[in-house]
Design a binder for this molecule. Structure first.
Ligand code: NOJ
Length: 549
């Protein structure tokens, strides 16, 4: 297995809309990121992944792109982008851009042309089926609810959209589309961008028969078996790698809904020459119930650990893992996997100890470093996210218990992670002087960067310490991994080792003090999230790092 800069680094993910507004229009912008580069660098992270900042009508907050070569004026345009890239260069920070090419915006000029007539040169850039406005070509459901098919009057056929109606899927079968995509990729890489996070890249190759899915099939299985990992996906990625990616020293991470242990290794095998990493969602869909995301079930902790173990095993000799617990599409990690009440500090620290000590490249999502939490608005009107809103409408139409559904929204809505970054205790958390595009979490007077900076024991300082520790110990990057207590209902205990060192980690994922027998061996306590490691019991949400001497 080769050593690489992107294996040894740590990624910080920014949702630019919610990071820092410098114009007072209530939306974060690139100047805001530039202003905060000292702060970002002080965390010790080495790469920044920016969610999409291209021109977009924002039906899905930038995941619907209308010009792939233009940075949206809302964010400061191409000039601000160049300034940001230069400022990052000076600091040795690497930039990962989002690449959203499973679909474009319907306002992209390709689609504007494509929908005009069947003989338009761009028509075949998208996917068309059927000729009856009253009959959908099949029963596929969009990720954001409703049919995946939308009728187009001018050509008398439906087009495919796996996400919103304003996100038509591109036709990767058409070599011209692939050429366009590679040219876009080349445009950004030639500018000096260091990496790409590829949005829903597991979905680009469609099963062209478009057969109905069985009605009773849970959506999570539809994703895995019908939408994702299509027949030509590996061929397309190899082609992209050959044509453009391999010309640069970059990092690639493919977002992989439906990517499982069978397909995952193929996407990231060094031999296969496709991508460097994928984001699989096995551990983030773990609490989806029979009715999906908004029908949550309790988290099965033993399964949670098994997922990490299995993925580690699968990529131990070839390929590389991404280690993450949340992002802009999921709840706040301290609320979901920790305890955001009395043990917020301890559990947030535990979670970063976990992130920094597993094998793979760790990803930190903005605000997690100060322990930002979920929100619980009393009305759906306070939610902006198209997924949340559509799920709400569908639940209403299905006659569901909407009080119960609101609780599910509190638990699962993507807006939990999209509330503005909490910089200080001033109005709107110091995020904007205007009206924020989405409500600020009310806990900002206590949970914010300025306050955390002043407290020696804050989550923020612990993040810095943990990231530095990771970077100083390549054993934690490349070393072997073994789960020592896979069946334990609340402890996660594992070893990481190589020729250099041997670490023992233990985390108490619970509110109760838990007894633990330290494995034999000469283990010395290094540090943890509680100061007193001598106690026989592990305190609630305690994490300890030992090293053998
Ligand atoms: C995954 C992105 O992370 C999410 O925010 C978006 O809605 C979908 N892909 C569609 O692009």
């Amino acid at each position: 297995m080769n050593n690489n800069w992107w294996k040894e680094g740590v990624v910080y993910q920014i949702y630019p809309r919610s990071y820092k507004d410098t114009t007072g229009n209530g939306l974060g912008d690139l100047e805001g990121i530039i202003q905060q580069l000292d702060y970002i660098q002080s965390l010790g992270v080495t790469m920044l992944w920016l969610c999409p900042i291209y021109e977009s009508p924002n039906d899905d907050n930038g995941y619907d792109i209308s010009d792939y070569r233009k940075i949206s004026d809302e964010f400061g345009g191409n000039k601000s982008f160049d300034r940001l890239l230069a400022a990052m260069r000076e600091r040795g920070l690497k930039l990962i851009m989002d690449l959203v090419v499973n679909h474009s915006s319907d306002e992209h000029h390709w689609f504007q042309q494509a929908k005009k007539s069947k003989d338009n040169p761009y028509h075949d850039y998208y996917i068309w089926r059927g000729n009856n406005p009253n009959e959908k070509p099949n029963n596929w459901q969009s990720v954001f609810n409703g049919s995946v098919w939308k009728w187009n009057e001018a050509t008398q056929e439906h087009f495919l959209h796996l996400y919103t109606q304003k996100q038509p899927d591109l036709n990767w079968e058409n070599p011209k589309v692939r050429k366009e995509v590679y040219a876009i990729v080349d445009f950004w890489l030639a500018k000096g961008v260091d990496g790409l996070r590829m949005d829903v890249i597991s979905l680009i190759s469609k099963r062209l028969a478009f057969e109905d899915v069985p009605n009773e099939m849970p959506f999570i299985d539809v994703m895995e078996k019908v939408y994702a990992n299509g027949p030509r996906v590996h061929e397309f990625l190899k082609e992209m790698n050959r044509e453009v990616l391999s010309n640069y020293d970059i990092v690639t991470v493919g977002e992989g809904p439906g990517v499982n242990l069978v397909h995952g290794p193929r996407y990231v095998s060094a031999r296969e020459k496709e991508l460097n990493m994928v984001f699989h969602f096995d551990h983030l869909t773990i609490d989806f119930g029979p009715d999906g995301k908004y029908d949550p079930v309790p988290l099965d902790f033993v399964r949670f650990k098994a997922i990490f173990r299995q993925w580690d095993e699968a990529l131990a000799n070839d390929g590389w893992n991404s280690i993450f617990l949340g992002n802009h599409d999921f709840s706040r990690i301290v609320s979901r996997f920790g305890n955001d009440g009395v043990y917020r500090e301890q559990s947030a620290k535990l979670l970063v100890t976990l992130l920094m000590t597993l094998r793979g490249t760790p990803y930190v999502y903005q605000g997690d470093e100060i322990g930002m939490t979920n929100v619980a608005h009393s009305s759906i009107e306070c939610y902006d996210d198209v997924e949340t809103r559509n799920a709400w409408k569908a639940a209403e139409a299905a006659g569901k218990d909407m009080n119960k559904f609101l609780k599910a929204v509190h638990w699962q809505s993507r807006d939990n992670a999209r509330t503005p970054m909490q910089w200080n205790a001033s109005e709107n958390a110091g995020f904007t002087t205007g009206k924020p595009w989405i409500p600020v979490n009310k806990n900002y007077p206590t949970i914010n960067v300025e306050t955390a900076e002043k407290e020696a024991n804050s989550i923020l300082h612990y993040y810095r310490k943990m990231i530095a520790f990771r970077k100083a110990n390549t054993t934690l990057v490349y070393g072997d991994f073994v789960d020592l207590l896979p069946e334990h209902p609340q402890l996660y205990c594992y070893r990481r080792w190589d020729k250099e060192a041997n670490f023992l980690l233990v985390h108490n994922f619970s509110d109760t003090p838990t007894s633990w027998e330290k494995p034999s061996g000469n283990y010395e306590f290094v540090f943890g999230n509680y100061s007193n490691e001598k106690q026989a019991l592990l305190a609630p949400w305690e994490s300890r790092i030992y090293r053998s001497v």
